[in-house]
Design a protein around this ligand. Structure first.
Ligand SMILES: [Zn+2]
Length: 430
C-alpha cells in the first residue's frame, strides 16, 4: 500500500478545532501527519485538492441496513456503499431487522457481514427489548460482548415507563448508551403525517407534535432520575428541542440527533400524497424546522444522522396510508447539511462536527478526528460540486427520497476507509 498525500486541503478537524490549509499524510492505513509543514514521501500517491475540504470520515449514528431479512431493500454491502458515496466511513445500524438484532448471534452476523462485504465500519445497535416488543429486556451484556455499541428499540418506542426505567438502569450498569425512539403511540397510532394544515388539507389523520414531546420528556426525566445517559433519536419538533435544551442546562446526560430532512423540509413536502416524504416522526411545520436549526446552532442537538430507511417500490408506490415510513439519506446528507453553512447557520467546522466527532463521542467509537496515529478514515468534500439525485446515481438499493430528481450542491468526492479508497470521484489511480 503506497502512502497517500492529500495536498492543499482545507483541513476541518473538529476534534481539535482545526480549520486551516494544509496536507494530510496517510501511511499504512493510518494518519501519519496533518498540517502545513509535512512533506510527501517519494513513493506517495499525491493528490492536489486545491482547497477542497478534508474532514474525518463521517459517522452516521442512525441507519437501517435491512440485512438480515429485507435484502431486497438494502444489504450491508449496498448500504455501506451508499455510506461511502456519501462521505461516511462508519454507520451505526438499528436492530429492526428480521430477525431482530436482540441476540449475540445476529450482532455477530452483522459484524461478520460488514467485515466481508462492507465499505464502511458498521456498529450494530441492539434491541432494548426482545423482538422490540417492549416486554422483556434483551441480554445487554451478551450483546455488548458480541459488539453492540448501543441499545434502541428504534421503529418502536419502549412504551412502558417501568421497562424504560429498568433499561436505563441496566444500561448505566454496563456503561451502555440507550437511544430513544420517542413516540407516544396513544397519540400517533393509525396516523400518517404531521397533524396540522396539511393533514387537514389532505383529509388524513395527523400525528400531533405532542406525541414526540411527551415521550422525550418522559425519557429525559427518567434518565435524570436514574442518572443514566440517554440519546434522543431523530428530533423533529420545537418542543423536543426546548426539553433537551432545558435538560442539558440542568446537567442531565442527554444528547440528541436530528436528520437532514427535518431541517430541510416541512410537512408541505407531503402535499400531493407524496409517499417519498412519509416518515416517522413526520415532517413538521416551518417553526419546528427553524427550532431544529437553532438547536443545532446552540449545540442542543449534537449530531446529524440520516435515519437512512430504504424501502422498495412495493412499500412506497401505494396509497399514502399504507405506505411505509422512511427515506434514504446517506447520499444526500452532505449537500443538505452544507445548506446550513451556505445559509450562515453553521460554520463548515460545525457541520463536520455534527457529522463526525460528536457522533463518535456519543457512541464512544473511534474516528471523528484527523489526529496522527488514528485510522485513515477521511472524507474529501467538494462544497461546490453539483449532482443529480437519480436512481442511477444512487448506490443504495432503494431510491425512496423526496430529493429524487433534484440537483443538490456539495458532495463527498473521496472517501478513505483505513487508507483505502472506497469512493473516488477524483479520477486518481491509487
Ligand atoms: Zn426511530
Amino acid at each position: 500500500m503506497r502512502p497517500i498525500f492529500l495536498q492543499n486541503a482545507r483541513i476541518l478537524d473538529p476534534s481539535c478545532d482545526m480549520d486551516e490549509k494544509g496536507h494530510i499524510l496517510v501511511v499504512d492505513g493510518k494518519i501519519a501527519g496533518t498540517g502545513g509543514g509535512i512533506a510527501a514521501p517519494e513513493d506517495a500517491v499525491s493528490i492536489d485538492l486545491h482547497g477542497l475540504w478534508a474532514a474525518p470520515g463521517l459517522i452516521d449514528m442512525h441507519v437501517h441496513l435491512r440485512e438480515p431479512g429485507e435484502e431486497y431493500k438494502e444489504t450491508i454491502e449496498t448500504g455501506t456503499a451508499a455510506a461511502a458515496a456519501g462521505g461516511f466511513s462508519a454507520v451505526a445500524c438499528m436492530p429492526n431487522t428480521n430477525p431482530v438484532n436482540d441476540s449475540s448471534a445476529v450482532t455477530r452476523f452483522i459484524i461478520e457481514r460488514a467485515r466481508a462485504t462492507g465499505s464502511a465500519k458498521v456498529y450494530p445497535v441492539a434491541a432494548v427489548t426482545k423482538g422490540l416488543k417492549g416486554e422483556e429486556l434483551a441480554e445487554f451484556q451478551d450483546l455488548m460482548l458480541a459488539g453492540a455499541i448501543a441499545f434502541s428499540d428504534d421503529g418502536n418506542p419502549v412504551s412502558d415507563p417501568g421497562m424504560m426505567r429498568l433499561a436505563l438502569q441496566y444500561a448505566t450498569g454496563f456503561g451502555a448508551l440507550l437511544i430513544s425512539h420517542a413516540e407516544e403511540r396513544g397519540l400517533s397510532r393509525g396516523r400518517f403525517l404531521n397533524e396540522g394544515r396539511v393533514s387537514t388539507m389532505l383529509g388524513l389523520s395527523g400525528i400531533p407534535s405532542a406525541a414526540e414531546d411527551i415521550a422525550v420528556f418522559r425519557d429525559v426525566r427518567l434518565a435524570e432520575f436514574v442518572g443514566a445517559r440517554l440519546h434522543v433519536a431523530h428530533v423533529s419538533t420545537k418542543g423536543t428541542v426546548d426539553i433537551i435544551r432545558e435538560a442539558k442546562a440542568k446537567g442531565v446526560k442527554v444528547t440528541a440527533e436530528t436528520a437532514p430532512h427535518y431541517f430541510s423540509l416541512t410537512e408541505d413536502a407531503v402535499i400531493g400524497y407524496n409517499t417519498n416524504a412519509k416518515m416517522n416522526p413526520p415532517l413538521r411545520r416551518e417553526e419546528d424546522r427553524l427550532a431544529i436549526i437553532e438547536g443545532l446552532m446552540d449545540c442542543t442537538i449534537d449530531a446529524i444522522a440520516t435515519d437512512h430507511a430504504p424501502h422498495s417500490r412495493l412499500e412506497k408506490e401505494i396509497e399514502f396510508e399504507l405506505a411505509a415510513n422512511g427515506i434514504i439519506g446517506l447520499e444526500t446528507a452532505v449537500p443538505l447539511a452544507l445548506e446550513l453553512f451556505r445559509q450562515s447557520f453553521l460554520s463548515p467546522l460545525d457541520v463536520i462536527r455534527c457529522l463526525s466527532s460528536n457522533p463518535a463521542g456519543i457512541l464512544r467509537v473511534k474516528g471523528g478526528s484527523l489526529k496522527a496515529g488514528g485510522d485513515a478514515d477521511i472524507c474529501v468534500i467538494d462544497p461546490e460540486a453539483e449532482f443529480s439525485v437519480t436512481r442511477e446515481n444512487l448506490r443504495s438499493r432503494s431510491c425512496n427520497t423526496p430529493f429524487l430528481g433534484k440537483v443538490l450542491k456539495g458532495r463527498a468526492v473521496l472517501t478513505l476507509l483505513d487508507g483505502l479508497p472506497v469512493h473516488n470521484l477524483l479520477g486518481v489511480v491509487f
